[in-house]
Structures are given as structure tokens and as C-alpha cells.
Design a binder for this molecule. Sequence first.
Ligand code: CP
Ligand code: NVA
Length: 306
Amino acid sequence: MARSFLKMQDISADELNKIFGIIKSRKGEIEKRKGLKVLQNKVVGLLFEKPSTRTRTSFEAATDRLGGSAIYLPSSEMQLKRGEPIKDTARILGSYLDGLVARVFGHQDVVDLAQYAGMPIINGLSDMEHPTQVVCDLYTVLEVRKKLKGLTMTYIGDGDNMCNSLYVGCAMVGMNMNAACPPGYKPDEATLEKAREIAKKTGAKLNLYDHPQEAAPGTDVFYTDVWVSMGDEAEKDARMKAFQGYQINADLLKLANAGASVMHCLPAHRGLEITDDVIEGPQSIVWQQGANKMYGAAGILEFFLG
Ligand code: CP
Ligand code: NVA
């Protein structure tokens, strides 16, 4: 079976560092618009069951900039929509393509793709994890703060795919992580257990709280995500109530270390999980974070497909 990137824990800390090194080199080259040939003769598919602005465009652009070519495959326009099994789709796509970035509802879909496609599958977001985002995010923290080990990230909001992948990613690089998630919206217990196992080796301290004010002291980097993830729309009313107060705002920043950075994977909902003044303010590194998705995609593609 080809090597895939379905969960953050699929790569080791050393490999993550190696990917950071590739991202740094490729970023410099791509910024200078150097014609790269890393993915020459490689065709990458992008199978998306959900909408995307950043992940789709960054992986397509990165593929092109590395000298390969990309094909966007929205599942709504494929036979998948009419019930063709994912394992049949996987075997056929695997005979045409060199790798596939897949954004799915149920995580099992990327597991099935990886089992049957015979090519690397990159998880471009599932209900369980968003690992490529975390690679870009940690790279961005490294760029801004010049280190990762010993810093403290505090995540506010839903214990969702982002929160799961961040716990494992932070544990791998020795970053402490606090999360404040309302009761009933905690991160996946098995993923958290995996993160705790990794943290034992790296010294990262992982904490889980109920309230943002408990989690904020000592924070170097705040992170938040939407209250209603793709696929959770039916729960919107209950979620809008449960997440009241789970917001990064000026009052929360006052509880953290001076100059704490603020991150958001985007899309953002101003006035809900983050205030406009904070996302647009001097502590926000959100736009650098978003821009780095293309360089992160380049690093991940080169590592798995190059
Ligand atoms: N952050 C992120 O994954 O954005 P998209 O949904 O636009 O891809
Ligand atoms: N948790 C969000 C992340 C969006 C990038 C979702 O799954 O919709």
C-alpha cells in the first residue's frame, strides 16, 4: 500500500521537521517563480465531497508550481453521487493518477481510498482530522516565533477535526496545548490519548478545559475554528447556544502572554468564534497562515509524491 497522510500521527516528528525544511526551500523558490520540476510528469487528483477555498486552490497551485498537473474532482459531478462505491472509484482513479488529495465527510472514506487506490492519499479534511492544515499552521508558528518547543497553544471552541489534529501536531513538536471546549463538544478521546502518548516523549503538556478563561493564561498562540463544521449544519441551533462565549476577543487576549499570536484556519465568522478587531488586529497571523497553505501543500506533495 502506498504511503498516505490521513492523520497527523501518520508522520513522525522527524518527518514533520523534514517537511518543514522542504516547505522553507520551496517557499523561497516559488516566491521567485522558479520553474520547478519536482512533480514533473505527475498528475494529482483533488476529490472533494465538501466545499473549499484554500485547500483546493493551494494544492492545485502547488502542484502546478512544482511542475505537475492537477485535476479537480468534485464528488457531486462523479458517479459517487449516484452511489458508485468509494473502493471502485479508488481503484480506477489510482490507475490514472499519481496521488489524490481527498476532502470527505466520514474519515472512513479516506481510509478506503488509501486501501484501494494504490497511490498516496492526502487527507484534505475529514470529520476526524485536518492534518495538512496543521502542518502549515505549525510551520507558520515556526516562522513567526522562530521555535515551537516550549510554546503554549490554546485552542478555543469545537473539539473538532482541527482540534484533534492540533493536539497530535503540538505533542509531536513539543508544544504545550490547552483547549477549551464546551461539554459535549470535546475532542476525540482516542486521538487525545495518542497525543498524550507522543507528549510523554517530547515533554509537551496537554490540557483540556471547559472554559476559555481557564485555558488562556500562559498562552503564546491562540487558535480557533468555526462553531458549525461542514456536515454539522443540522445541529446549527444547538451549537450556536453551546458555543456562546467560546470566542477569541480583546478580553481573552488580556489573559494571555503579552503579544500572543492569533490563528484561525478560516473561513472565519466575525462576531462568533473571533471578533473583527482581533482577526484584523496586530496579533493576528491569520493571513500569513492562510498564505502558507500553498507552501505547506508543496512540502507535503513533495514528501509523499516527489
Ligand atoms: N482552512 C481550510 O481548509 O479552508 P478551506 O475549507 O477553504 O479549504
Ligand atoms: N472544522 C471545519 C474546518 C474548516 C477548514 C470544518 O470541518 O468545516
